[in-house]
Design a protein around this ligand. Structure first.
Ligand SMILES: Nc1ncnc2c1ncn2[C@@H]1O[C@H](COP(=O)(O)OP(=O)(O)OP(=O)(O)O)[C@@H](O)[C@H]1O
Ligand SMILES: [Mg+2]
Length: 423
């Protein structure tokens, strides 16, 4: 059975804002909210919470989802959302639909009047608006459109029309979409700029929330979880709830984490069962960068989760243009990001990306890259001030040069003692 948190963790600000919009339906004040965020961040979970509140308040809920599986069916999410009305025998009367009636046959065959429709998307959008208003005439209507990033252009055109015309209606539109650039995101952002819609960007959970989520998934309290589990999962998940669940699942199914009464105990390597799907997902995104981009990122991964461009350039011999163009592609693919505020430093957005890259290197390649990295660091940073010394030490150890690694580790230890930062 898949581990899942029993209740929603965090998201207080979003729940409050959406709850207020829901209550405004009583006053016939409608509106739109776009929930934006990367895959697995918790958009659908938040929507599920909202749907629960809507149903409890007697608001009618209609829900449709875009999908890339199978042939692209125009207007699919809207058809899916409106279909239950037709199934439930709700047929908008002539007075509320007027001349817009014929066009609805494009969405719901049962509502076809046989008359030809004019084919205009604006007419269709107005017809959808009227049906929704009819559906919500008594106690409001919540229309949920999931995964709008996969929607066809016509659906987006209808959504855009709805967004601009909901204010005086007892209608709330909530759409979820991934944060990757695309038509749907442009639509959401431009509606946000016009103040026609709220754009709620879901951030990763913080360390405390990840702890609470783990405890909830395992039916215990955070205080009864080993600190090692909380720390490791927080780091590996980067606060993405989907990854928290996957990592936890891997650790429990692999027998590394076992229940002891109300508490849990670590009895094995928490990361040994790192789900393959996670690594494969990361590899797929890396592969899209092409062989050169991949080589560059592999070199970066040897340096750790954070890496300096100057060292990467010296290791790989890439010229400025090549380096920057691959870097931009990696940033666009959300694999890495500038590590503000340190200039020259970048970081993998997710530790799994670096992990996946390292897992794909042969031991010989990894040794060679570690050696190149240590050489580059020593050349570029004479005397190895600050953190360079322990980093060079780690790389020498990864390169199998234990004598130099030992010397550098000792030096780093002496310096830490002298600084008073140890002991
Ligand atoms: N705030 C949260 N509290 C508890 N569990 C959460 C939370 N957010 C997400 N989850 C869980 O994490 C998993 C992924 O969340 P969800 O499916 O909502 O992500 P998503 O943003 O909709 O992803 P996608 O873009 O792939 O559709 C789900 O099993 C969900 O129950
Ligand atoms: Mg989802």
């Amino acid at each position: 059975m898949r581990l899942r948190a029993a209740h929603l963790i965090g998201r207080e600000a979003e729940v409050t804002e959406l709850g207020e919009s829901l209550r405004a339906l009583n006053r016939s004040r409608g509106g739109t909210a776009f929930l934006v965020g990367e895959g697995g961040i918790g958009k659908s979970r938040l929507v599920a919470e909202l749907i629960g509140s809507a149903l409890a308040a007697g608001v009618r809920v209609l829900k449709g989802r875009s999908s890339t599986i199978g042939p692209m069916v125009p207007l699919r999410p809207l058809t899916e959302a409106l279909m239950p009305l037709s199934r439930g025998g709700v047929t908008p009367d002539e007075a509320s639909l007027g001349p817009y009636r014929p066009v609805l046959g494009r969405l719901i065959p049962g509502w076809s009047t046989g008359a030809p429709d004019q084919g205009s998307t604006v007419v269709l959008a107005e017809a959808v608006l009227r049906v929704l208003a009819f559906a919500g005439r008594d106690s409001g209507c919540l229309l949920v459109l999931e995964d709008l990033h996969d929607a066809d252009t016509e659906t987006l055109a209808v959504v855009e029309y709805l967004v601009d015309n909901l204010e005086q209606q007892p209608l709330m539109l909530v759409a979820t979409l991934r944060s990757e650039p695309g038509e749907a995101l442009s639509l959401a952002e431009s509606a946000g700029r016009r103040h026609s819609a709220a754009v709620l960007r879901l951030a990763p959970l913080d360390a405390d929330e990840v702890g609470r989520m783990i405890a909830s998934c395992l039916d215990t309290e955070p205080a009864l979880m080993p600190a090692e589990v909380l720390g490791q999962m927080w780091e590996d998940s980067a606060g993405i709830p989907f990854l928290v669940e996957e990592l936890l699942q891997g650790a429990v199914a692999g027998g590394a984490l076992v229940r002891e009464g109300a508490a849990w105990r670590v009895v094995g390597d928490l990361r040994r069962n790192m789900p393959r799907a996670l690594l494969e997902g990361a590899i797929h995104r890396i592969d899209q960068l092409g062989p050169q981009g991949r080589t560059l990122l592999s070199a970066a991964a040897v340096l750790g989760r954070r890496f300096p461009l100057s060292v990467l350039q010296s290791m790989t011999g890439a010229d400025d243009r090549t380096l920057l163009s691959h870097l931009h592609a990696s940033v666009a693919a959300r694999l890495v990001a500038a590590d503000e505020p340190a200039p020259d430093w970048y970081a993998f957005q997710h530790p799994l990306t670096a992990e996946a890259l390292l897992a794909q290197l042969t031991p010989t390649a990894r040794v060679a890259l570690s050696q190149q990295a240590a050489d580059a660091i020593e050349t570029l940073n004479p005397g190895l001030p600050g953190d360079w010394c322990p980093l060079a030490a780690t790389l020498r150890a990864d390169a199998g040069d234990l004598v130099r690694a030992g010397r550098l580790f000792t030096e780093a230890g002496h310096r830490a003692l002298a600084d008073g930062s140890v002991g």
